[in-house]
Design a protein around this ligand. Structure first.
Ligand code: NAD
Length: 434
């Protein structure tokens, strides 16, 4: 099939590359010229395991193209995917400016009948709005159907998730349009779930809100564990053995970040408020997470009294391992608040350093290795559980620091192990080792 994908971010590029890999002819269009230029040179503009190789393979095979011109992308397109950002506005609602612009771009450039597929996460009712914009601006007398196909990939494993996802949700009011998108996705071999458009839009928000709830729930339990002398890792394990609960998303830590959970939970609270529904549960989930992101700072202040003049090494800056995405990362909150407390911040991340520099305070010092960062520090905060960071041994900390004081926001180490070394080790929901 001839496919256009609008937006080449984490979702658009991965979608375009994977659709070309299963044999479709895909043209990806983005307004960011530098991104398009890099992709044409075989360089992925984002870090995502396996993506660049697959992109180059399909580009060379002639099934994948990149352009900045919408007319070029929509020429002959039978299916047009919308994969642009839906960022959070100040008031928590989703900003649909990019979506609306793309709807106009599509309408003005379509040459033949097409199915428009919304991959971006959009509030319930948005696909209807997309359809009405397209019909308003349509330049040619062609038939357009709109389908909601929310995306569930996770950054850091986006390519693998696209080939091995749990389900593909197709929300459509037209059976024919749904059948086209089902056929197009069949080679992935993933269960397809068809429903109406509004339910499909809701599935995405409900899924993210549920996962965020699981995270905040276990974090709240971890705070209780600390006060009651229980060990949250054991508690989570014992809970997770119950099939009804499941063992995923039960790792206590310093909360969720990234470009999805924070914005989607806030958007759903707003979506609810527009229909006069107070989503109190989700409001609490968000509040717990905001506090959790600051937990290492709180613990360090309790330990030292003041952090004035102390140098704190932040190990890992990305919002999670295996990505260069810094959006809503805990490191941003921590670095800014540490600077306010009069501390010096030294940051290290294996991949996200360039993006971090745009978001962390100007005073932050960056190093080329975790070792260098630790050696400069009085206190270590483990923020992101990259394998490289988890592979640092207590022995290393003992060698690199005179008095190792480690605040581990991701429970990277076994407590038993910590007792064997001369380290002071504080983690989440477990007793401190001194
Ligand atoms: P992103 O910010 O990484 O990428 C968006 C891209 O769209 C940018 O490259 C931008 O230049 C381009 N763009 C904007 N306006 C354009 C236009 N008019 N024409 C062409 N290109 C245009 O965004 P993302 O992280 O890929 O997210 C996209 C959507 O998918 C969001 O709604 C997000 O909530 C959702 N989503 C994201 C993830 C994720 O893990 N990132 C997962 C599931 C769903």
């Amino acid at each position: 099939m001839q496919i256009a994908v609008v937006g080449t971010g984490y979702v658009g590029l991965v979608t375009g590359v994977c659709l070309s890999d299963i044999g479709h002819n895909v043209t990806c269009v983005d307004i960011d010229e530098s991104k398009v230029e890099r992709m044409k040179q075989g360089i992925s503009p984002i870090f995502e395991p396996g993506l660049e190789e697959l992109m180059v393979k399909n580009y060379k095979a002639g099934r994948l193209n990149f352009t900045t011109k919408h007319a070029e992308a929509f020429n002959n397109a039978q299916v047009a995917y919308i994969a642009v950002g839906t960022p959070q506005r100040e008031d928590g609602t989703a900003d649909l400016r990019f979506i609306e612009q793309v709807a106009k771009d599509i309408a003005q450039n379509l040459q033949n009948d097409a199915v428009v597929v919304t991959k971006s996460t959009v509030p319930v009712g948005t696909n209807e709005r997309v359809k009405s914009i397209i019909l308003e601006y349509l330049a040619k007398d062609v038939n357009v159907e709109v389908v909601s196909n929310p995306e569930f990939l996770r950054e850091g494993s986006a390519v693998s998730d696209t080939f091995n996802g749990d389900r593909i949700v197709i929300g459509a009011d037209s059976e024919q349009a749904a059948a086209i998108i089902e056929e197009l996705n069949k080679p992935f071999g993933i269960p397809i779930y068809k429903t109406d458009i509004r339910s499909a839009e809701m599935i995405k928000y409900a899924s993210n809100a549920f996962l965020a709830t699981k995270i905040s729930f276990i974090n709240e339990i971890s705070n209780l564990c600390e006060k009651l002398g229980a060990n949250v890792s054991d508690v989570a394990k014992g809970m997770g053995m119950d099939d009804r609960i499941g063992n995923k998303f039960l790792q206590a830590g310093i909360g969720y970040g990234g470009s999805c959970f924070p914005k989607d939970t806030n958007a759903l609270v707003q979506i609810a408020s527009f229909v006069e529904h107070e989503f109190n549960l989700l409001k609490s989930v968000i509040q717990v997470n905001n506090e959790q992101q600051r937990l290492l700072l709180k613990k360090a202040k309790e330990r030292f009294g003041s952090l004035e003049g102390k140098t704190v090494a932040l190990l890992g800056l990305a919002f999670k391992p295996n990505t260069d995405d810094m959006r809503e990362a805990a490191s941003i909150t921590l670095a800014h608040e540490l600077v306010q407390e009069g501390a010096k911040v030294v940051g290290y991340d294996p991949i996200a350093m360039d993006n971090a520099k745009k978001l962390l305070p100007g005073e932050t010092i960056y190093t080329n290795s975790a070792e260098e960062a630790v050696k400069m520090a009085d206190v270590v905060f483990i923020v992101t559980e990259w394998d490289e960071i988890k592979s640092i041994k207590f022995d290393d900390y003992v060698n690199w620091l005179e008095v190792p004081v480690i605040f581990d926001g991701r429970n990277c180490y076994d407590l038993e192990e910590a007792t064997k070394y001369k380290v002071e080790y504080h983690s989440i929901g477990r007793k401190s080792i001194k």
